[in-house]
Design a binder for this molecule. Structure first.
Ligand code: SF4
Length: 717
């Protein structure tokens, strides 16, 4: 308990992208309690139920304590040296015989930045392949592509502090009450303290978040582009456009082609509320009402969204269209006015987007295809730029396809569980089994470690120090509080040991995490995303980049004076050569699958409050397991009646790719609209793993898969 703690050590919650500051109470070498850090501005002392129970994920029965190697189909305990030598031999053989692109790495938005930086350097710099991707591809890639295409730079311009300044909230495709609980509590506080605050929630499923909605739009899945265009139509038709802002700060584009304002207006003609009301299944007047509220003069409007928009084959476009609404109304880059994408993982921004640990990126928002970017990074890495490939490597789905086809010979998976989380799992699990797979994990067995050839025991959370970057550009340091059990080691140590065995030891001379960070920090200088020094992060409660002066202030709002140190006056979208953001003409397009006679229901997947991702951590917490022991299929009364199931009865869910059996939950904590069912994706039992059913179609810009929508049939099992 808290009373037993001998000391309190500063860290960040291990779970979601909110990035709550924690204090871990340590006694006799164990973390015995966790409390919210009252000095951290993100959560001001609050935590959700998962955060409070963090100590229970540490010393679990399934902790992996030693390296293991599969021999004759059985995992056997081996020494670190044996495991690392074997890994190095497999890498060398594959590279010698099939070239550097025959090996790959799959990382995580839960890695600390130092791990991701070292992995990126090892693969892209030393080995010479860009086959390094990570689970943020399945989570945030469309938000990245949305920000980059509209503003020329990734990541939000605003911050959580906008919540206390906004009085209209437009929340689409996000169930904050369960997926971002502490941020949701800030939203609830804002609403309770100000009677003028209006909250618009847009979701095909009535969620707990919708409980505080003033307007709740339960639209047809996959019609978000039509809805957002229709709102833009109303904003223009009813003269709610901020003309001066649009003239000074935007361009209209359709693909590569520039449009005039009138041409954009003509493009939107198809989206008049009367014309889309049937498709979206919302009254035309309600679309108008929401557009007026969004655009109301004298009000501050903040949009928030997450997987509902991102996990779509048109996820990038959906992101562009939210940005459009803010640009048309000028509700951007001022306190309380911002399009703000919510992040799923604790360091998807810090460790993947900023470090550049996706197959097309390099550190500090650079890209592999740009020769100047390669040269700049090669210089810092101390390598010949010719060693770096200009060709983007495999993105997530391609990476696992390559494992299945045999093109990928060696795959190292670190801090993530693709054997449960990749959509259309069956062929990809077969691929993981086929390729030589190394899995760095805290627990065993998981749905990925069971398919591995080598498993490396990983230090967890505050058993090591490191940096997390949350969803508001906030970089935060986690101190080491306790020793890792058994032979578990930080992933960065294992990466460097393998690098040494591959003959690249010179490139990885680091003795401490500070040294890794300070090298990485050099990559950020001059990029307008300067990160603060390690020393400062150890002391302070996180800083939001850019921090161009290592001892100077951090940045609340980007692109706008007086907040952004790179803007002298007014607003400047400096990611674009002419300083103007883009308002895109993007037409509605159907999702990859729409229900038909054979597969008549929409399936959507997501989270519940009690569990996190593949639940390897949260199912180890007795309180969370008791509260939510297994996942279910949520459906509404009408559909339950149609297929003749009662609450708690088993339902078989079948798609073109696979099937699953889950108990029916009717009138659960959420209510999908008729014709739609919802399944949380956390369950570890094969029969309940919904990703055997989901679709692996992906957005052709962001390469993010369309987890959120596919067509299924239902039957009583
Ligand atoms: Fe952790 Fe997210 Fe809960 Fe905060 S809201 S305590 S970061 S899981």
């Amino acid at each position: 308990s808290q009373h037993d703690a001998e000391k309190w050590v500063k860290g960040v919650c291990r779970y979601c992208g909110v990035g709550c500051g924690v204090l871990a109470g340590v006694s006799k070498g164990k973390i015995v309690a966790v409390k919210g850090d009252p000095e951290n501005t993100v959560n001001k002392g609050r935590l959700c139920v998962k955060g409070i129970l963090l100590p229970k994920i540490m010393d679990t029965k399934d902790r992996l304590l030693h390296p293991m190697v599969k021999k004759d189909g059985q995992f056997v305990k081996v020494s670190w040296d044996e495991a690392l030598d074997l890994i190095a031999t497999k890498f060398k053989e594959a590279i010698a015989q099939f070239g550097p692109d025959s090996v790959g790495y799959y990382g995580s938005g839960q890695n600390i930045a130092e791990e991701a930086y070292v992995a990126n350097k090892l693969f892209k710099g030393a080995i010479g392949t860009n086959n390094i991707d990570g689970n943020p591809r399945t989570c945030m890639a469309s938000a990245v592509a949305g920000y980059v295409s509209t503003f020329g730079e990734d990541e939000p311009m605003g911050a959580y502090a906008d919540i206390e300044q906004a009085d209209v909230f437009f929340i689409i495709g996000a169930n904050m009450a369960e997926a971002h609980p502490v941020l949701y509590s800030r939203l609830v506080d804002r609403k309770n303290s100000n009677p003028n605050v209006k909250i618009i929630i847009v979701d095909p499923r009535r969620t707990r978040t919708a409980d505080i909605a003033d307007v709740f739009l339960q639209f047809v899945p996959g019609t978000d582009l039509a809805l957002l265009n229709s709102m833009a139509y109303v904003i223009i038709e009813e003269n709610l456009v901020d003309k001066d802002f649009v003239d000074q700060h935007t361009n209209f584009m359709q693909g590569e082609k520039k449009l005039s304002f009138d041409e954009f207006k003509t493009f939107l003609a198809d989206y008049a509320p009367d014309k889309v009301t049937g498709l979206i299944d919302l009254p035309a007047e309600q679309i108008r009402e929401v557009a007026r509220l969004f655009a109301a003069k004298g009000r501050n409007t903040m949009s928030m969204w997450t997987m509902g928009l991102n996990q779509r084959i048109r996820g990038t476009w959906a992101n562009n269209l939210v940005h459009n609404l803010h640009l048309l109304t000028g509700k951007i880059c001022r306190p309380g006015n911002t399009p703000f994408s919510l992040t799923g993982q604790p360091s998807a921004c810090g460790s993947i987007r900023e470090v550049g640990a996706l197959s097309h990126l390099l550190p500090a928002h650079r890209v592999v295809a740009n020769p100047k970017h390669r040269e700049e990074i090669a210089k810092i890495w101390g390598i010949d730029p010719a060693k770096m490939s200009p060709k983007p490597g495999y993105h997530t789905i391609e990476l696992f396809r390559a494992a299945a086809s045999g093109a990928l010979k060696v795959l190292w998976v670190v801090c993530t569980n693709p054997g449960q989380s990749i959509p259309n799992l069956k062929p990809y699990r077969e691929g993981m089994e086929k390729t030589f797979m190394i899995v760095s994990e805290t627990y065993h067995p998981t749905r990925t470690s069971e398919l591995a050839d080598v498993i490396l025991p990983a230090a967890l959370w505050m058993e090591k120090e490191g940096i997390y970057g949350n969803g508001e550009r906030r970089t935060q340091h986690i101190a080491k509080a306790v020793e890792a059990p058994g032979e578990a080691k930080p992933d960065v140590w294992a990466l460097i040991e393998v690098a040494k065995r591959l003959g690249f030891g010179d490139l990885f001379p680091y003795k401490t995490n500070d040294e890794i960070w300070e090298e990485y920090r050099k990559c950020t200088i001059g990029t307008k995303m300067e990160l603060p020094p390690y020393d400062r992060l150890k002391k302070e409660r996180g800083l939001t980049w850019p921090v161009p002066d290592p001892n100077g202030p951090d940045t609340y709002i980007r692109y706008a004076a007086p907040y952004d140190p790179y803007v002298k006056e007014g607003i400047q979208f400096y990611g674009k050569p002419d300083g103007r953001a883009v308002i895109f003409a993007r037409p509605h397009a159907n999702p990859q699958e729409v229900p038909d006679a054979e597969y008549p229901f929409y399936l959507s997947t997501g989270r519940v409050l009690e569990h996190w991702h593949t639940s390897t951590m949260t199912m180890n917490v007795p309180e969370l397991k008791r509260a939510m022991p297994e996942m279910y299929v949520e459906l509404n009364q009408t559909d339950a009646g149609k297929i003749g199931v009662n609450d708690g009865e088993l339902v078989k869910i079948t798609s073109r790719r696979g099937e699953c059996q889950l108990k029916a939950k009717i009138n659960g904590r959420g209510q999908p609209r008729p014709g739609m069912v919802y399944v949380p994706f956390h369950d570890t039992e094969m029969i309940r793993m919904i990703n055997f059913v989901t679709i692996d179609a992906f957005d052709d810009v962001s390469k993010q898969p369309e987890y959120k929508i596919c067509a299924v049939k239902l039957a009583k099992a």
